[in-house]
Structure formats: structure tokens, C-alpha cells
Design a protein around this ligand. Structure first.
Ligand code: BYC
Length: 334
């Protein structure tokens, strides 16, 4: 059912005068900055948009474990291994908070996971790129988690209560993730010439995919206008991309690394950097399933699900039996 719904939430933004009385009252609550809670009235489009965004966000956290999980057994020291393990576990936790937030909107976790596995629901484009060296783990923490924080800090103020509360906790953990990535980059950039070259190579490969994480340019973004009217999104894709570039360029400079963009320049007038757009053809190809690792990532998730089926099935049967037992319990016990 949700497969058909997912695409239908990008209608033109309606004016207050065009809305039903319920939708107008709802929009006025949003405009006053009130939070919307699961059992309260919400337009169908608001609910669908949230299911799409929160579901995709949850899937991103879960699929996002794969490129880093790949390096747990190869981390260079025991300390780095323990830190990476903790970070990857945090991502699993983020996925679970977000699936719970989505479930309050009337969609089950199994349904969402089914949509991911059938390719009907997306996850972040960034996780379709490979992590080839240890420096990539630094770049993922620094750039990917850095971009995630830039996007997620404003989402703490999103209008849907459960999503907003999940984001508060997630943001705290993401900031540790970004620091651990930057710490790896410092070590590599200040290491041997070979290590510094690895750090530069990781920056070269992750720079543009990180810029793509914010979504297409504002003129190509189909959902932004309505999502911003509903305060599901607080900033446009281009606003956040600009902030990310402005924050990250000095960090690259501190590392002694070069951002791979010959057009990157400080613009005094706009008090921000001018920079090159990512290759949007590549972005849409990745979204269509043709990125370097799309097939591998999805296959890994489907395999994990299938391998764990005996456990889910066991738990479900146990839960049913326990419910039947409880229902049969004599009232005298009360
Ligand atoms: N990748 O109209 P637009 C993490 C899709 S996990 C894939 O601008 P919207 C981490 C978009 O869905 C962080 N698809 O959409 C985890 C739409 O397609 P559909 C993940 C993308 O929703 C582990 C179409 O393009 N963060 O940090 O208004 C380890 C048009 O786009 C992408 C979130 O999920 C993309 N990059 O804005 C380390 C944040 N961009 O659905 C780190 C929550 C766009 O119509 N999400 N699309 O088929 C958001 O803030 C918004 O959904 C977006 C897109 C800004 C991503």
C-alpha cells in the first residue's frame, strides 16, 4: 500500500484559503510552532511525507553500517577497533529509534523493511560508495557524519514530535562520530607521506558524494516546498550544502589537505564559499540503483534479513504463545 503512496506527497503547496477547515487548523498549529503528536489530526500527505522521510532516514542508518562495519576487523589498533565498533552500534540504534518514530504513523517496521528490500524505498546515496582504505573511515566520520549533523541539527525542530525527539538523541551521538572521523584524519594527515596521500585520496573520493547527501539542488527538489510549509524540513537542500562547505573548508585547511574543487573560492559578498556542484547525473544514477555498491549493499541487507528469519519467526511464535497464556490466566489471580 505504501509503495503507491510514497510518490504522491509532492503536490503543489496549497494556500490556507484552499484548505479544508481541518487542514487549515492543522497548518495554523504548524505555523504557531506546535508539535504534532501521532494520535492527532494530520493531513494524509503530511503522514505520507513523514513515513517516506523517516523511513528513508532509518534505512540509511542501517545500510550505513555496512561501509564502516567492513573495517571493524581491520582497524589498525585495539582502541580504533573499539571506537569503530561503538560507532557502528550507535548507527543500529539510530535506525531503531527512527523505525519506532515511523511506526507511530501506522506503518510497521516489517512493511518498511520490505519496501527497502524490494528497492521501492531509498536510503542515502552516500552508502553506495566503497570504503577502500582506513583513511576512508576517517573521511566517512568527518564528512559523512559532518553532513548528517548539518542536516539533522535543524531536524530536532521538525514539527512531528516523535521524529524531533529521536533527532535530539541522534545528534548527540553523531557529534562523537564526526570527531572520531576527524581524529583519524588528523593522525593520517600528520603521518608519513603515504598516510597523508591516503587521507587526500579519501577526501578526493568522498567530497562530492558528501555534497550529494543534501539532495538535489533546490530547483530540482520536488518535496522541499511542501515539506518546509509543514516544517518537516527546516532548511532547503542548497542552504545546508552551503553551510557544510563553509564549515568543512577550514577543517580541510587545518589538516593540510586540498578540497578537490578548482573553483572553490571565498565570496566576500555572500560571506560564503563559491563551489562546484556535484555531478547530478551521477547522483541520479546512484538513486536509480546504478552506483558502485548499490547491488552489494542491498544484497547484504536482504541476506542479513533472511539469515535472521528463524530468530524473528521464533520470537513471533513465542509472543503469540505468551499472549494466549496471558489471556487464559484465571481472573482469580487478580
Ligand atoms: N540519497 O525533493 P527532494 C547517516 C531523493 S544517515 C538518496 O529534495 P526531500 C549515517 C528524495 O528522497 C543520514 N535519495 O527530497 C548513517 C526524493 O526521492 P523520492 C541520512 C535522495 O526528502 C550511518 C528525491 O531524491 N539522513 O548520517 O525533500 C553512518 C528528490 O529529493 C537523496 C537523512 O535521511 C540522497 N542523498 O529531501 C554514517 C536525513 N537526496 O523519495 C552516517 C533526513 C534526495 O521522491 N532526510 N533524495 O523517491 C532529509 O533531510 C531529506 O529527505 C533529504 C531529501 C534532504 C535527504
Amino acid at each position: 500500500m505504501y509503495a503507491q503512496m510514497i510518490k504522491t506527497d509532492s503536490d503543489r503547496v496549497k494556500d490556507l484559503s484552499e484548505m479544508s477547515p481541518e487542514d487549515r487548523a492543522f497548518q495554523e498549529r504548524i505555523d504557531r510552532g506546535e508539535k504534532i503528536e501521532p494520535k492527532e489530526y494530520m493531513p494524509e500527505g503530511y503522514r505520507k511525507t513523514l513515513i517516506r522521510q523517516i523511513g528513508q532516514h532509518a534505512h540509511s542508518e542501517i545500510v550505513g553500517q555496512l561501509p564502516e562495519g567492513n573495517w571493524i576487523t581491520r582497524a589498525p589498533t585495539l582502541e580504533r577497533k573499539a571506537i569503530l565498533l561503538a560507532k557502528v552500534q550507535d548507527e543500529a540504534g539510530h535506525g531503531l529509534y527512527l523505525y519506532c518514530a515511523a511506526e507511530t504513523l501506522g506503518v510497521s517496521r516489517d512493511e518498511l523493511i520490505g519496501l527497502l528490500h524490494s528497492g521501492k524505498m531509498k536510503y542515502s546515496s552516500i552508502f553506495n560508495y566503497p570504503t577502500l582504505t582506513w583513511a576512508d573511515i576517517g573521511a566517512v566520520g568527518w564528512l559523512v557524519d559532518g553532513a548528517a549533523i548539518m542536516n539533522q541539527v535543524p531536524l530536532q525542530r521538525t514539527s512531528f514530535g516523535p521524529y524531533s525527539r529521536a533527532m535530539v538523541r541522534i545528534c548527540k551521538e553523531e557529534s562523537f562520530h564526526q570527531r572520531q572521523g576527524y581524529d583519524i584524519m588528523i593522525k593520517m594527515a600528520q603521518g608519513t607521506p603515504e598516510q597523508k596521500a591516503m587521507a587526500q585520496d579519501a577526501l578526493n573520493r568522498f567530497w562530492y558524494p558528501s555534497l550529494m547527501m543534501f539532495g538535489p539542488s533546490d530547483k530540482e527538489s520536488v518535496h522541499s516546498a511542501q515539506s518546509m510549509a509543514w516544517k518537516i524540513k527546516i532548511n532547503t537542500n542548497d542552504e545546508l550544502r552551503q553551510k557544510f562547505v563553509d564549515q568543512t573548508v577550514p577543517q580541510a585547511k587545518y589538516l593540510g589537505l586540498t578540497v578537490p574543487d578548482e573553483h572553490l573560492v571565498w565570496n566576500e559578498e555572500k560571506q560564503g564559499h563559491d563551489f562546484s556542484e556535484p555531478d547530478w547525473t551521477e547522483f541520479f544514477e546512484v538513486l536509480a540503483g546504478n552506483g558502485p555498491c548499490n547491488k552489494e549493499r542491498l544484497a547484504a541487507r536482504v541476506k542479513a534479513w533472511d539469515d535472521g528469519a528463524w530468530f524473528h519467526d521464533g520470537l513471533t511464535v513465542y509472543a503469540k504463545k505468551a499472549e494466549t497464556r496471558r489471556a487464559r490466566q484465571p481472573l482469580a489471580a487478580e
